[in-house]
Design a protein around this ligand. Structure first.
Ligand code: SF4
Length: 124
């Protein structure tokens, strides 16, 4: 392969990789925004939803909508028994209204009653 053609190939590959990573990041941001603005009408006054990119939330695989859980990371979430394992049934959840509450573990805002993270434990 001539030197110029190899150089062009490398430059095109670099453009492609950069473009793909930007597109992937765009999709991820869009889905996070959708999840965070899903129930804005019932958001308690003065409260903000926990961002799914918050370090604690991310480390715990938190999503404002449990349906967006990474099922590759948490395959047990696909089981029928996990259906009711959402924030509103979690021991760490304190209800603020029908859709939102405070979490004792992820405290950087409010969590949706339909959320889930890997620290979930049954409310007694
Ligand atoms: S600890 Fe419980 S209330 Fe807090 S985010 Fe996880 S599942 Fe929801």
């Amino acid at each position: 392969m001539p030197k110029t053609s190899r150089k062009k190939f490398l430059i095109k590959s670099l453009y492609l990789i950069t473009s793909l990573s930007l597109v992937e990041r765009g999709f991820r941001l869009t889905s996070e925004l959708k999840a965070e603005t899903k129930f804005p009408e019932s958001l308690p006054e003065g409260q903000n939803p926990v961002s799914e990119s918050d370090p604690t939330a991310k480390a715990l695989g938190f999503h404002q909508d449990a349906k967006h859980t990474d099922f590759n990371l948490y395959p047990e979430r696909k089981e029928k028994s996990a259906k009711n394992q959402v924030c509103k049934h979690c021991a760490q959840f304190s209800k603020l209204n029908e859709n939102w509450g405070k979490c004792n573990i992820i405290s950087a805002g409010v969590v949706s009653s339909r959320g889930w993270c890997s620290a979930w434990s049954q409310k007694s």
